[in-house]
Structures are given as C-alpha cells and as structure tokens.
Design a protein around this ligand. Structure first.
Ligand SMILES: N[C@@H](CCC(=O)N[C@@H](CS)C(=O)NCC(=O)O)C(=O)O
Length: 113
C-alpha cells in the first residue's frame, strides 16, 4: 500500500512534510485531520497517543509519529537525493542541524503550536 501522511489543519506544521513527499516523487496519500474536532478522541489516540499530527502510516502499515522521524524515513528512501544529501557529507550534517533547530528551539518559541 502507499504510505499515508496524516496532516493537521488548521495551521498545522505538517506542510513541510507534504512538500517533501511531493519532491521525492514516490506515490503517497494524504489524510487531513481537523485538529479542532477530529483529534481529541479515543479513535485518534489509538493512532497517536499524544494526539498530535503529523503521523505517517508507512507502506508496511506501521505507525510513525514525530516530524523528525518521518523526515528521516523519507530521507532514507530519497535515493535520487531530491530532498536530502548524501549521508556522511557536511551538507547532510548541516541539513540535520537546521531541521533539529526548527523542530525544537524555534518551534518552541511559538507557544500556540
Ligand atoms: N513533536 C511533534 C510535535 C507535533 C505537534 O506539535 N503537532 C501539532 C500540530 S503542528 C499538534 O498536533 N497540536 C495539537 C495539540 O497539541 O493539541 C512533532 O515534531 O511531530
């Protein structure tokens, strides 16, 4: 099956992953989750106990949460290097550094997110 990215609406931070999926060019599906009405329930908690988006259902049916983990999943499959750099290069290290900053200190500065 094709991987499915569950992304949050409105004002979710998952759109970077949507852009990454687009650029990688492999088949995938999207599932929009209204964070105001569809996330705080037991059904969604059975997918992600933290009741957050994004969530990736992989092509093997596994559930993967956390933006950085999903980005790493994509990077490992980006054989044409459309969204990433060769492993063990300074460019790859720099990309990981920027991603880590955006997903930790920078994001934390925006308390509504
Ligand atoms: N550590 C998570 C954070 C995900 C996150 O904060 N998602 C927000 C949307 S951008 C969310 O689901 N917020 C709803 C809530 O916390 O109630 C990640 O990096 O994926």
């Amino acid at each position: 099956m094709e991987p499915i990215l569950l992304y949050g609406f409105p004002a979710g931070s998952s759109m970077g992953l949507v852009a990454a999926f687009e650029r990688v060019g492999h088949p995938y599906r999207l599932c929009r989750v209204d964070m105001l009405s569809e996330m705080k329930n037991d059904a969604y908690a059975s997918i992600n106990g933290r009741q957050e988006t994004p969530v990736l259902i992989t092509d093997e049916g596994a559930v993967l949460t956390e933006t950085m983990a999903i980005a790493a999943w994509l990077e490992a499959r980006d054989t044409q290097r459309r969204i990433s750099f060769e492993p063990r290069t300074p460019q790859a290290d720099r990309m990981h550094q920027l991603m880590a900053f955006v997903n930790t200190g920078f994001t934390a500065a925006f308390s509504p997110l």
